[in-house]
Design a protein around this ligand. Structure first.
Ligand code: SOE
Length: 395
């Protein structure tokens, strides 16, 4: 018997739907959150669900789930499940989330919240109704839990940049530059909703609003596709896989998106989301310029935040690099000594730790489904703008 199954230790039974890239990342969170953070309840990884029997069984063993099923409804209905974690492609988010909320289960749903504004609206309404019954929900915008970005948010709130004038955000990847890269679900509109825009553009939309506390009110943008057909996949999931024997299929999402917008706080914001930035692997960059200073961040150096203080005399001013690994930085006290650094997976451990703490204490976690809906509306406005020759479009 371990300390975790000691009698009286409150637990939170979890069902996770989907086990590929995001499922593996979330499992890391469910396994480790209570081992590094003091939480009011211990997550119990009760059941994982996938479509294929043998692969789901293997995933359960590998990722640490007690059991598995190929029927998500069975997982959602179990009495020993308190939380449903949705890590599936976007086309099933709404159906699973609505069923889980109706069954009284708290829900953590991967981003973007849904594939359409209509679905996201239904989900946000269901979440609001469920909250009145004490059933809580959140969207998995994990990058909010990067220590350097959590610190950036505190600094902005404390006035370190003054009035924000510019938001400059990029999300640069290159995993589909090769035209022979297979047609995975992320490249199919019926499954993913959109391409670079929804998959990675959604992160920088959420982050820019989270950091500044401002919301986009209108946008203009352009989406493009560089490769129209790709080999059908023969194997693999997540971001890997190999092409099949000669057969190809149509890519139905954008490969890249550029857009700009105005916020309700008067800032001008520019965004670029692409999977064709050769050499950039996960270059999620954000810079804020304000009346009193600037902040700059790049996920490829995720333990650093660059801060410019415009109140320092010009002769001595310059961007300072803060290594965000000190114990008084957000989340870092739970981990390693200063300078040892954290990685991508820690953002998920933090996300789960925050979610468990909130849910176990009855506090609505963030970002809410309503926040997810607002991001969905921005995505939709960018698509509408692109269809209308990049004209200004209200969110
Ligand atoms: C793939 O482009 C992806 O995995 C996104 O889906 C994630 O949200 C992002 O964190 C990394 O890239």
């Amino acid at each position: 018997m371990s300390q975790w199954d000691a009698p009286g230790q409150p637990s939170l039974g979890v069902a996770m739907i989907g086990y590929a890239f995001m499922g593996a990342a979330h499992s890391q969170g469910w396994r480790n959150a209570h081992r590094f953070f003091d939480l009011p309840a211990v997550p119990e990884m009760r059941v994982v669900c996938g479509r294929t029997e043998s692969a789901t069984r293997d995933a359960a063993t590998k990722l640490g789930w007690a059991t598995w099923t190929t029927d998500w409804r069975l997982a959602v209905e179990r009495d020993d499940v308190d939380v449903v974690d949705i890590c599936t492609p976007g086309d099933s988010h709404a159906e699973i989330a609505l069923a889980a909320l109706a069954a009284g289960k708290h829900v953590l749903c991967e981003k973007p919240l849904a594939n359409t504004v209509a679905e996201a609206e239904t989900m946000a309404a269901a979440a609001e109704e469920a909250q009145r019954r004490g059933v809580l929900s959140a969207v998995g915008f994990n990058y909010r839990r990067t220590p350097a970005l959590a610190l950036a948010r505190q600094l902005v709130a404390d006035g370190a940049v003054g009035t924000v004038r510019h938001i400059r955000a990029q999300y640069l990847q290159d995993w589909i530059v090769d035209p022979e890269f297979p047609l995975l679900w992320r490249l199919q509109k019926d499954k993913a909703g959109s391409g670079a825009l929804g998959d990675i553009g959604a992160h920088i939309i959420d982050l820019s609003q989270f950091l500044t506390g401002q919301r986009l009110v209108d946008v203009a943008g352009h989406l493009t596709r560089f490769v129209d057909r790709r080999p059908l996949p023969s194997s693999g999931s997540g971001l890997s896989g190999s092409g099949g024997a000669g057969e190809t299929g149509e890519v139905t999402v954008d490969d890249a998106a550029v857009f700009f917008g105005r916020t309700d706080g008067g800032a001008l914001a520019t965004y670029e989301a692409t999977r064709f930035a050769t050499g950039r692997k996960n270059g999620m960059r954000i810079e804020l310029n304000g009346s009193a200073g600037s902040l700059a961040f790049d996920f490829e150096s995720m333990n650093e935040l660059h801060v410019y203080d415009a109140t320092v005399p010009a002769s001595g001013a310059g961007f300072r690099r803060i290594l965000v690994t000190e114990p008084d930085h957000p989340y870092t006290a739970a981990w390693w000594p200063p300078g040892h650094g954290l990685g991508y997976e820690h953002t998920f451990v933090h996300e789960i730790a925050d979610f468990v703490r909130d849910v176990a204490s009855g506090v609505p976690p963030t970002p809410s489904f309503a926040d997810g809906l607002q991001v969905q509306k921005v995505l939709d406005a960018v698509e509408r703008s692109s269809d209308a020759d990049a004209t200004w479009t209200t969110v």
